[in-house]
Design a protein around this ligand. Structure first.
Ligand code: SIN
Ligand code: NI
Length: 290
């Protein structure tokens, strides 16, 4: 991608809080990484035999598997993809970019909408230099659960929307932006979308008979600091205190990769986090060895 193209995408990202970038991945890459992420989701979710209607409303929006670059090495080249790293650095105006975490978000056939929310209130990061890449492994449309973004909403106030436990809470954001309808973005295979951590976004329900297979990774500018007490493995694993620079092994540098080498994951410490047992059982985070 040349400097002019990168600058154009960065200007759109700064203005709108999201940008659709067509043709980032080849058909071969999409097939290879799609298979790797499918395997990760199948393995992590093997013990979860619940039907869609037996799941919580939040879980009906998507199956969620985080930190899969760590226990599924075949996913790693996608997480640390140089083209995506370079694009992210350009969007954030940063020289160096780190991974906050990655996740598969597989919206099952018949899966519920993803309610409107902003991401960054969920993360204890002080600065606002964050971007999520959203990578679908097949075309997405209104029918299959495409994403919608409220343009310019990243410049507005931040609000914690409880999509996890309060169904309907996203309506509060929809009402706030009643005069600025979301832009629903349709992707062709190989396209990706980036959104800013403060952008109000949502996804349509999956009315098709196929799973909407999506991989996302959240990146942030190197030099960002821990912003609050909210527990989060990406900082708690490395004992990053409030006000400290976030630079542990859980959040490795993505761009530029020194010598082109991808990082190795660090082991998870015994953190005694109360959600850990449940998160492991549901395949949300890697299982402890043994
Ligand atoms: C989704 O893929 O349905 C939601 C993605 C997001 O909230 O970032
Ligand atoms: Ni989100």
């Amino acid at each position: 991608m040349n400097a002019g193209e990168l600058a154009g995408y960065a200007a759109a990202f700064r203005r709108d809080g999201f940008v659709h970038v067509p043709g980032v991945l080849s058909a071969e890459e999409l097939a290879r990484y799609g298979e790797a992420v499918d395997e990760a989701v199948a393995s992590r979710k093997a013990g979860d035999t619940r039907r869609l209607d037996e799941k919580s409303p939040y879980e009906q929006s998507f199956m969620q598997c985080q930190y899969i670059w760590e226990d599924f090495p075949a996913v790693r080249p996608l997480t640390f993809h140089p083209k995506i790293g370079e694009l992210t650095a350009a969007l954030l105006g940063a020289n160096k970019v780190r991974l906050w975490h990655d996740q598969a978000l597989y919206k099952e056939a018949g899966g519920r909408e993803t309610e409107a929310h902003q991401d960054q209130p969920y993360w204890p990061i002080a600065e606002a230099d964050t971007a999520t890449v959203w990578i679908p492994f097949a075309a997405t449309s209104d029918e299959t659960g495409c994403m919608g973004y409220v343009p310019g909403s990243h410049k507005g106030e931040a609000e914690f929307i409880d999509i996890f436990g309060t169904p309907g809470d996203g309506k509060r954001l929809e009402e706030r932006y009643a005069d600025t309808p979301p832009v629903f973005v349709h992707c062709e295979p190989g396209d990706v979308i980036f959104h800013h951590g403060f952008t109000t976004h949502m996804a349509k329900a999956n009315r098709s008979d196929r799973t909407r297979r999506v991989y996302t990774a959240i990146y942030f500018a190197d030099g960002s600091h821990r912003g609050g007490e909210r527990p989060h493995p990406s900082v708690d694993r490395d004992g990053i205190a409030i006000g400290d620079v976030i630079d542990g092994g859980a959040t490795p540098v993505v761009w530029p990769l020194e010598g082109g080498r991808m990082p190795e994951p660090e082991p998870w410490p015994e953190m005694g986090m109360e959600w850990r047992e449940r998160a492991e059982r549901l395949g949300i985070i890697p299982r402890r060895a043994g």
